[in-house]
Ligand binder design. Sequence first.
Ligand code: NDP
Length: 285
Amino acid sequence: EKSPLSLLGLGAMGGALARAWLAAGHPLTVWNRTPERAEALEGARAAATAAEAVAASDLVVVCLLDHASVGEALADADLSGKDLVDLTTGTPEEARSRARWAEERGARFLDGGVMAVPPMVGVPGSGAYVFYSGSRAVFEAHAGTLAVPAATVYTGEDPGLAALHDVALLSAMTGMFAGVAHAFALVREEIPPKGFADLVVGWLKAMAPYAYGVADHLDSGDYTKNVTSNLAMMVRGNATLLRTAEEQKVSPELLTPFMTLMERRLADGHAGEGTTGVIDLLRVP
Ligand code: NDP
């Protein structure tokens, strides 16, 4: 006997979550702003309103576009006694404010950040997982149900922690996307994309442990520790990257913000560091 739940939001991610819970045999009540998406979902009970979906189960999961849409969708719902789990991507402050909002309405609150794209959801071994933060009681009470669509990682009672982990990883990914875009722009006329993609993936995997070096610098406070590529050399190398962009008629705009920070750190007298010192320059006073 699997425990029932309600899910609000059947977009790409919500739909994938719904199919995972249905496949695992959980009785599922769903609501979506555009009702056709709820009606099309075989095996689920479609609620006519968000309030009706909330009323149907003790565990209510929402996965909507953004923070504002969650407030709108739940405006008329009676949340007293409910366990609300919000898998909508938002900021740490939005999660904390949603937690206070839910508690004022008598609900226990757990925020989540989904580290997966929809095709990974409900697929064991896909690497999909969800960061959770907020009510540990909610996380523990529904541990089995929450583990159905993806692995779970509880990050702490502060409701903002899941969003902070989630958005920090998305931010690292954004830098990677920018670098990959620039690289393809450089080569697109001369190197076949598929073969080049193999090279990009191999290179980025080989370079990814760079993050451990950064962590070691931040832990020790010594930004020159084990540096194999020093800042003075890298700033000189940046000029080569920029001249190549110019030769290939590619805009340098994705590279220059980071390079400008490296130059500032070098000008401040840190030639023997790697790039960890850039982190200090990013802190807004
Ligand atoms: P979609 O654009 O596919 O779906 C958005 C959902 O939000 C739809 O159900 C839509 O309803 C609903 N919605 C939008 N605005 C409102 C509103 N004002 N009131 C009520 N419902 C509203 O997005 P995804 O499903 O891809 O993403 C949902 C969440 O999951 C986002 O926060 C996203 O960041 C997160 N996520 C998505 C990932 C992905 O790769 N797709 C990866 C990790 C997290 P309607 O059908 O009526 O338009």
